[in-house]
Write a protein of this length. Structure first.
Lengths: 295, 317, 555
């Protein structure tokens, strides 16, 4: 089972939702495309996590004599970059930062957005208005513009780029969470629970989280690919990661000028971003299908 | 219905004011000297203080905000620090260029998306569906700035077919819709169009699937209606939603053009934003963000109102 | 430019203008020759006389359209570029009062709008940045101008062709500083001012400068013909330029901002432009292979490490400073990293330059000598010396800051240095940290800073780093160098008014700074540019500026 579905299982309220999530897991494991993507992502994740133990070259150690080697040069399986650093090692290590700055904003956005959306949706009234109107203000900016404006304001850096992307995703997720919660709140079983004397906290935890979390979760996984592209884009513009850290967007930027000497090596970081992004999209689609139990 | 539209329009006012506040705050949390563009690092401290006062950067922030907002409401966004030119004219010129690019990209993206979406939905489950869906997924997943670089290498540097950068032989002010100018538009527009293409394809595909699975289509078919008629029926029903999706995409393209405009040196709002950020040109930065955000707010409003007019069942809050 | 035609008279005038324009076209039937240039700037430098964007701004929007009272000699690729007469034909300091200078102006020079250049124009141009009461005073031009001529105070007309300039203290560098004060046409500006709408004089002045920037008028060899902000600046040759030898041979020059190195290279290779500034070193092989020519020449520029000399800094030991200077294989850096596009630095100025002098300490690559010095200072393979340098990811003149610093890191490791690199955003490094000095928290414990500098002018090349009074917050003596010998030599150079004697004093100062290993001298930039083979007759001088008049282009 992939890292994603594991995370999904942990995120779901364990007791009530297990049956549903088991079904979803079973359905998704029968989907070949999703499984292929899950395997690819798992490999990239694992190699990033285990990078120091894979016997790779030092991703920071350069050599001016060996710069911009072609792919499959002895000693440089994927060539070397503009400072003579091993591309394979940089791509694998680069996965660490790229995945963190790509995925963490979505996770943070999911946590914050879901909380805000649940509160707004369940409480309704003035609380709802206060939260949703604030969210609307941020929603009024196109996402790329907002991300770039915040990063531009805060200055380059990993933390700043994560903060800016989180701010971009929170309103989007809050909106989805609020509309789902509002929909579910008026359903019969919530009324029944309320009639049987359950407190609002219990209702929210037991009944609503289970029914609400699924759609939000699917929505959030769909954002990961956007987030990966945007995070790398910020680094590409010089607003994200700073050298000499290996990160795919930044590598794409610094290798740009090498495109005349060694286009294939220069294209590799873009291929990695593309691969991760497309796998997350396909997996998200697969999950959306699997979660739609009514079909 | 009219009440909804009126409410929706009134609601824009507080949003616009809040957006202005956010723009101002964003720009003023920026660390570093706002005068860096015109004050060399080796200038004396005395000269620096003198100039800061001349530009009003020594006043308290709330005062600066009210002054800026009041002028902005009167259509004056101040002057760029780096160039001394009025911000509004700079921004509007740049936005005009971005609109050219976004519309070209929208036409490409919408046409292709509609086409792929229809055939994918119509031939659902076949290899045609899979190919069209793959193209759509690739479109939304590709880092478009990277795609732009790859296209420049292939079509400008290697094949020498299309120009690599810029907006026409005479700059954007001499723009015309002839081949000499459109050549410059092709690569950036194609690069920009891949995301809307993917999104429209996916929307249209699922709409087509939904419409085709409705009972009355079966009934029409049973009555012996030809497939072209069924197709036309699908198109008619899918088009409004697809257009609404495209409308929002247009907004995203206006606000998100910075990466592509940087790669192609297209003189639009994204490139302007980029230089405003790196020159720390605060009036230009806040003006550009404000104008782009306002565009987006009004585009959203139009899409909402039009959609409500087409389909009164939609109750938005 | 759009012309509103709303009366018959105007229509007639427009028609006459069109006829006149056609008559003015060259009758030979030869096609107009145009050179299209891709600049590294993100925007057209300001066109109103005092350009921004540093020396690239001066190169394209300064010396093209405007002249200063003095100018750099840009005619030779071999000799150092020195000060020559410009709009002033001769000058001297007042014998009695060394803060007063007399400048004789060049006769029969006219601005592009036809108005004469004279003493009033000089006073007007000094006032535009130094006299707050003058209507043409423009605060946005003050920063880039006043900081280049820190001692200039005011100007006074003596007669039509003579002006007197006053400095705040005796300063023999004034004629050198004055290359940066470009003469804009007061008559043209006044026309815009009179036509401007605005609530008060300040608003009118601002509007007049904005209009002047769109339709500028100077005395330079090129005239502005059309301008699209942020996209293109079109210049045409000034047939009536006062120096007949420098009337441009090309009809038109088109300047296009292309900040992204790859876009620039692609534009050159796809035939969109004929000339690009600063091609990326990695693209140089490809550019050459396709028949383009690379021009490069040593520039008055230094890529250094500036040492901290505050209490406790390891660089206070001259043996350590010298060892670092001897430990770098600059030739290896040049060929391995920069595709030949640098000149190894053995000081701020190289032999042949009038301000070089005769330093005793020979900077070269000598690993054993460097290791020996380090051992004498108490370091060795088992006792590394930890140092930390602040640099940027990019920046004007920084060349390839990270690769180059990593190269230094590898090289200095051979001499028992353990180098840590602290990467700071360029604007912050340049405009904040560099000014705040080594004692400030912004230095984050660094004991060296890597900010490159232009060495065209002795104040910016030597004085602001070496004089103790220039320590933060006054100027850029980042490391608090406090050497009474340097202070004495600076004072002497500034107060020596005979040009030859002044140059000798500067040479002594420079030699002393090299002997003291005041910097880690690494490289000089070479201002690389790639030109289409169609362009001939271009000479790249040893300067940041170039003369665009000599080139020709075959269609």
């Amino acid at each position: 089972m992939s890292a994603i579905t594991d995370a999904a299982l942990q995120a779901a309220p364990a007791d009530k939702a297990r049956g549903y999530w088991t079904t979803v897991g079973r359905r998704i494991s029968r989907d070949k495309v999703s499984m292929a993507c899950a395997v690819i992502l798992a490999l990239i994740f694992l190699s990033a996590v285990l990078a120091p133990w894979l016997g790779l070259a030092d991703p920071y150690q350069g050599s001016m004599i060996h710069r911009l080697r072609h792919i499959a040069t002895p000693g440089y399986p994927l060539g070397s970059d503009e400072l003579g650093r091993d591309m394979l090692a940089r791509l694998v290590y680069g996965g660490r930062l790229s995945l963190i700055i790509g995925i963490l904003p979505v996770i943070l956005g999911f946590l914050i957005g879901t909380s805000l959306g649940l509160i707004a949706g369940y409480a309704g009234g003035k609380v709802n208005t206060a939260i949703m109107r604030t969210v609307d203000v941020f929603y009024a900016f196109p996402s790329v513009l907002l991300a770039i404006a915040i990063s531009g304001a805060l200055g380059a850096g990993i933390v700043n780029s994560i903060v800016s992307l989180t701010i971009v995703f929170v309103p989007q997720i809050t909106r989805v969470a609020e509309s789902v919660t509002t929909g579910v709140r008026n359903m019969d079983f919530v009324e029944a629970a309320r009639a049987s004397g359950a407190g609002p906290f219990t209702i929210m935890r037991v009944h609503m989280l289970g029914n609400v979390l699924g759609p939000i979760f699917v929505y959030a996984t769909g954002l990961i690919s956007v987030s990966m592209i945007l995070a790398a884009g910020l680094s590409f513009l010089g607003l994200g990661t700073k050298p000499p850290e290996p990160e795919w967007g930044l590598m794409l930027n610094t290798l740009r000028t090498a495109i005349y000497v060694n286009p294939w090596v220069a294209a590799l970081p873009g291929v990695m971003i593309f691969a991760v992004s497309i796998c997350f999209n396909l997996l998200s689609d697969g999950m959306r299908g699997a979660m739609d139990i009514r079909n | 219905m009219l009440v909804y539209i009126a409410r929706r329009i009134v609601y824009v006012i507080p949003i616009v004011l809040s957006v202005a506040l956010v723009c101002f705050m964003l720009v003023h949390i920026t660390p570093g000297d706002p005068l860096v563009a015109i004050l060399p690092a080796d200038a004396s401290q005395e000269l620096a203080n003198q100039m800061r006062a001349a530009y009003g950067f020594d006043r308290p922030l709330p005062v600066q905000f009210w002054l800026w907002l009041w002028k902005a409401l009167n259509g004056d966004l101040g002057h760029s620090i780096a160039t001394g030119r009025p911000v509004l004219t700079e921004v509007l010129r740049a936005v005009g260029n971005t609109v050219t690019l976004a519309i070209a990209a929208a036409i490409i993206g919408f046409t292709l998306g509609l086409f792929f979406g229809l055939i994918a939905g119509y031939f659902r489950g076949t290899w045609i569906d899979r190919v069209a869906t793959s193209i759509a997924i690739a479109g939304v997943s590709v880092p478009h700035y990277w795609l732009g670089m790859v296209l420049v290498i292939i079509f400008s540097v290697e094949l020498n077919w299309l120009p690599a950068v810029g907006a026409g032989p005479g700059g954007s002010s001499a723009w015309g819709w002839d081949w000499d100018h459109i050549r410059y538009l092709i690569l950036p527009a194609v690069t920009t169009s891949v995301i809307p293409m993917g999104i429209v394809t996916r929307t249209v595909r699922s709409l087509t699937g939904d419409i085709l699975s409705q009972d009355f289509v079966e009934a029409l078919r049973a009555k012996g209606l030809r497939e072209t008629h069924v197709f036309r029926h699908v198109l008619k029903n899918a088009a409004p939603t697809a257009l609404a999706v495209m409308g929002l995409q247009l907004g995203y393209m206006l606000g998100g053009s910075i990466l592509i405009e940087t790669v192609f040196s297209w003189p639009g709002s994204g490139l302007l934003l980029n230089s405003a950020i790196f020159q720390r040109d605060l009036p230009l930065l806040q003006g550009t963000i404000l104008v782009l955000a306002l565009f987006f707010v009004f585009l959203n409003l139009i899409v909402d109102v039009v959609q409500a007019a087409i389909d009164p069942r939609i109750k938005r809050t | 430019m759009r012309i509103g035609i709303n009366s018959k008279a105007q229509l007639f005038a427009t028609a006459m203008l069109a006829v006149a324009a056609m008559a003015a076209l060259p009758c030979s039937g030869r096609a107009e020759s145009v050179v299209r240039i891709g600049m590294t700037a993100a925007d057209i430098p300001r066109t109103l006389g005092q350009p921004d964007q540093g020396l690239e701004g001066n190169r394209f929007a300064g010396g093209t359209m405007y002249d200063g009272l003095t100018m750099w000699d840009l005619s030779s690729a071999d000799k150092p570029s020195v000060i020559i007469p410009g709009l002033a034909t001769e000058w001297h300091v007042d014998d009695k009062d060394h803060t007063k200078w007399i400048f004789k102006l060049r006769p029969a020079v006219t601005f592009h709008d036809g108005s004469p250049f004279n003493a009033d124009a000089v006073v007007w141009n000094v006032d535009k940045v130094l006299n707050k009461e003058a209507p043409q005073f423009d605060v946005s031009q003050v920063g880039v101008t006043a900081s280049r001529m820190p001692t200039l105070v005011s100007a006074r007309k003596i007669d039509d062709m003579t002006v007197e300039l006053t400095t705040s203290e005796p300063d023999s560098f004034l004629p050198i500083n004055l290359v940066n004060l470009y003469m804009a046409s007061p008559v043209k500006w006044q026309k815009f001012y009179d036509a401007a709408e605005g609530a008060d004089a300040k608003a009118k002045s601002q509007a007049a400068w904005a209009a002047f920037a769109r339709d500028a008028s100077g005395t330079g060899p090129w005239k502005m013909s059309s301008f699209t902000p942020r996209e293109r600046l079109e210049l045409v040759k000034n047939e009536n330029y006062w120096d007949k030898a420098r009337v441009p041979k090309v009809d038109k020059m088109l300047l296009l901002p292309m900040p992204e190195p790859n876009a620039r290279t692609a534009a050159l290779l796809s035939g969109q432009v004929d000339w690009i500034e600063a091609p990326a070193p990695d693209a140089v092989a490809e550019i050459k292979q396709r028949g383009f020519k690379i021009y490069a020449n040593e520039e008055p520029h230094v890529w250094p490490w500036q040492f901290s000399r505050i209490e406790g800094s390891p660089w206070n030991d001259i043996r350590v400073r010298k060892a670092a200077n001897l430990c770098i294989d600059r030739e290896g850096m040049k060929d391995g990293l920069l595709a030949g596009l640098m000149v190894p630095a053995t000081g701020t100025y190289e032999p042949g330059h009038p301000w070089r002098g005769n330093p005793a300490f020979q900077i070269k690559y000598d690993l054993p000598a460097a290791q020996k010095l380090m051992q004498e200072a108490g370091y060795g393979p088992n006792k590394k010396l930890s140092v930390k340098v602040q640099t940027s990811t990019s920046g004007s003149g920084q060349m390839l800051p990270l690769p180059m610093n990593e190269y230094l890191q590898q090289a200095l490791a051979e001499c028992y240095f353990d180098v840590k690199i602290d990467v700071v955003e360029w604007n912050t490094l340049f405009s904040v940290n560099w000014r705040k000095g080594a004692k400030d928290p912004s230095a984050t414990g660094s004991n060296a800073i890597n900010v490159t500098y232009s060495a065209m002018d002795p104040f910016f090349a030597l004085v602001r780093f070496l004089q103790s009074g220039m320590a933060p917050p006054v100027s850029n003596n980042w490391g608090y160098i406090n050497n009474p010998k340097f202070d004495e030599m600076v004072k002497k150079a500034r107060q020596t008014f005979d040009p030859a004697e002044r140059d000798k004093a500067l040479a002594e100062l420079h030699a002393a700074s090299v002997d003291d290993a005041a910097f880690l001298y690494v490289a000089h930039d070479v201002g690389p540019r790639a030109l289409s083979p169609k362009i001939t007759g271009f000479v790249q001088p040893k300067s940041w500026l170039v003369d665009f008049s000599t080139m020709t282009i075959t269609p």
